[in-house]
Design a protein around this ligand. Structure first.
Ligand code: 5GP
Ligand code: MG
Ligand code: MG
Length: 183
């Protein structure tokens, strides 16, 4: 049986709950400015973006619509393959909409580059990306994410929505998973 005490599974905290809250507030002020006078549709990528979406959407001092997509990147473990499948599609018609994709993390960039291209075929007015985290060293494709919370080192992180084998999503901080857990 899995242990309920996760402290021994982590090798350190990268960003605390308070830091994340502060950074999300800064991003929200930018988003409010950039989308002033225009509609805004937030699209959260399940399941990792649930926490970012919840906090970002409530911090925004304006009206937004929200929808969700679930995609699965073939490949197990801690590596993304770039072959993406839609597990749950949007309910929303994107014609003429200003879409902001809300993601937990840009790692290789393969998932987001596929997703942005897919959404772009649906006739939106614009498609931008907001990711809480980005690993610059891991980028396989250039991703133009307009809003990025934190640049982080190339380590496997969990918490604040991010999982390893579906665990650790409910940790309030973003922490590095101790390598002995997955190797
Ligand atoms: P990418 O396609 O950019 O390589 O990443 C796709 C997905 O892999 C991310 O949306 C995220 O769900 C997962 N991922 C990438 N890096 C990490 C990480 O450090 N920790 C966790 N928990 N998931 C990650
Ligand atoms: Mg994700
Ligand atoms: Mg995951």
């Amino acid at each position: 049986m899995e242990s309920a005490d996760v402290a021994a599974d982590l090798s350190g905290v990268l960003h605390t709950e308070a830091e994340i809250r502060g950074r999300i507030a800064e991003l929200c002020r930018e988003i409010e400015r950039d989308y002033e006078g225009r509609d805004l549709l937030l699209i959260g990528v399940l399941k990792g973006a649930v926490m970012v979406m919840a906090d970002l959407s409530r911090e925004l001092k304006r009206d937004v619509d929200m929808d969700w997509m679930a995609v699965s990147s073939y490949g197990a473990g801690t590596q993304s393959s770039g072959v993406v499948r839609i597990v749950k599609d949007l309910d929303t018609d994107l014609s003429g909409r200003n879409v902001l994709i809300v993601e937990d993390i840009v790692d290789s960039g393969l998932t987001l580059s596929w997703l942005r291209a897919n959404l772009q075929t649906r006739g939106p007015a614009s498609v931008e990306i907001c990711a809480l985290l980005r690993k610059p060293e891991a980028a396989k494709v250039e991703i133009d994410a307009r809003y990025v919370g934190f640049e982080i080192p190339n380590e496997f992180v969990v918490g604040y929505g991010l999982d390893y084998a579906q665990r650790y999503r409910n940790l309030r901080d973003v922490a590095v998973l101790a390598p002995h857990i997955y190797s």
